[in-house]
Write a protein that binds this ligand. Structure first.
Ligand code: ZN
Length: 77
């Protein structure tokens, strides 16, 4: 299974996050989705993963910032 630090890369076809892949992965190796058998080159999957990570990280960071702001303003009431 390919994982980034905290976000699993999802299959661009079906959203599954387990892939079949060779032991030693190179960027130009093809890996296959365990669920829908969609094949994608590792280099491309990494890019998809980066895009997915952006979508997840930004809302999370926003929520975190909002929490911090809320706490800050509590003291001023
Ligand atoms: Zn799939």
């Amino acid at each position: 299974m390919i994982k980034t630090d905290r976000i699993e890369i999802q299959c661009p076809q079906c959203g599954h996050n387990e892939f079949e892949h060779p032991e030693k992965l190179k960027d130009n190796d093809f890996i296959k989705c365990n669920n829908c058998h969609f094949e994608i080159m590792l280099a491309d999957l990494k890019e998809v993963g980066m895009e997915q990570a952006k979508d997840v990280i930004i809302p999370e960071a926003k929520a975190e910032a909002e929490k911090i702001f809320k706490n800050l303003f509590k003291g001023f009431k």
